[in-house]
Design a protein around this ligand. Sequence first.
Ligand SMILES: Nc1ncnc2c1ncn2[C@@H]1O[C@H](COP(=O)(O)OP(=O)(O)O)[C@@H](O)[C@H]1O
Ligand SMILES: [Mg+2]
Length: 415
Amino acid sequence: MKDIEKLQDGQKGIVFKVTADDGTQKVIKLQQENPSRAVVGTALLMQAGVNTAAILPVKDEKLGQLQQDVQAYLDANEGSDVDLSAAQQLTQALAAVSNPAASPPFGNVVEMDFVRGRDLQKAVQEPDFKQLLTNPSFQRQLGQIMAADAFTGNPDRFAARADTGANPGDSVKGWYNQNNLIIEGRGDDVQLKAIDNDFRPGANVDSENVFGGAAHGGQWGSVAAANSQQFKREVFAVIERLETEANVRLSPQEIKDFITQATEGAQETMDTLLAADITPERVDQMLDVAGEAGRSKRECVQNFSKHVQMIQLLRDDLQKSLAVKPTVAEMAGIASAKGPLTMEKVLEGLGVSKEDAAEIAQSREKLDRFNKLMQGEKGAHVPKDFKITTREAAAMAKDESTYKQFTQKVGGPKV
Ligand SMILES: Nc1ncnc2c1ncn2[C@@H]1O[C@H](COP(=O)(O)OP(=O)(O)O)[C@@H](O)[C@H]1O
Ligand SMILES: [Mg+2]
């Protein structure tokens, strides 16, 4: 070993960076939690094509070997002016791993590839943060990571969170963990890397609220990335959050481009993951190998099964909406209808059932507002050529807060 450095200390875990004699750099993390979910989450992110750090539990002989290596490093540098405090702390922490009474009780060790770059906490303070935010490659990769996190139910990176107050679902707010995304490089070479991955599927299997949330000390992830309409709302909320944190403003066009790129990236990753046929049985096996067992494993597999159904449902919904188009024959049928064309008649001509037609007629009032929105009644921050489709308008009409997001942004743009 050439060097041992401490990256983070605290009640949640201790993180060290270790440089081997050949120069390779690894991260050693001691933590309370069983790392099995991080291992499975990371494997699925890799399957999704997301850039992330390989992670391995360090146990048994591997743990013994690591202890010996650290001791050898300490012995070799004894009496020199090398600062050995990190190495000493690592030795003590490793010795306490198998002691159940140790405080803090860090009974698990993992080894990860060291990820080079800056996290969002640093990036938002940089003068060229706006360049990063408006970089299509950043935007696309962000969408990809958000989709992979939606698939794995990771609650700890990016999400729009539904308001858990008096009116759940009434508004969504952007949220992110500034330390769990590492950014390497700039411009076309920018690379986003996911660290601190998790696998917490099934906390959100309610189609009424696809967003993430936090309450009573816990937090849950978002599945919005499965559906492009919902994901647009999520990205919009995240952009607003980033703008606030960094004190920068994107122009309406820049916001639109960001949403487009991120949504395309997310769709691509969702497709990859859904095509990979990751079954509950497979997840069961992965958890097994990673060291999750018993009831906790059973529940996780059951939750994943519901979770993935939810994702497919959101996805199917989207496919359906793309498929809805009147055929030539249907159009001819509508045209030949006698008498004034009521909305009900048009819908009937399109083969919509009476009940559905009645429901649509009822939501007419909401749709009217969106017709106005489509005709230009937009907030100052929305680009003039920002067109939404009828389908999008209908989806948005269901939700007051989205309408407000597009119409009531205070202050207007500062570009
Ligand atoms: N693989 C890694 N490469 C580089 N830095 C890392 C890596 N893992 C962790 N870190 C650093 O240590 C910090 C804490 O690690 P993390 O796994 O996020 O733990 P926590 O559960 O405490 O959030 C990270 O925010 C990052 O700065
Ligand atoms: Mg973290």
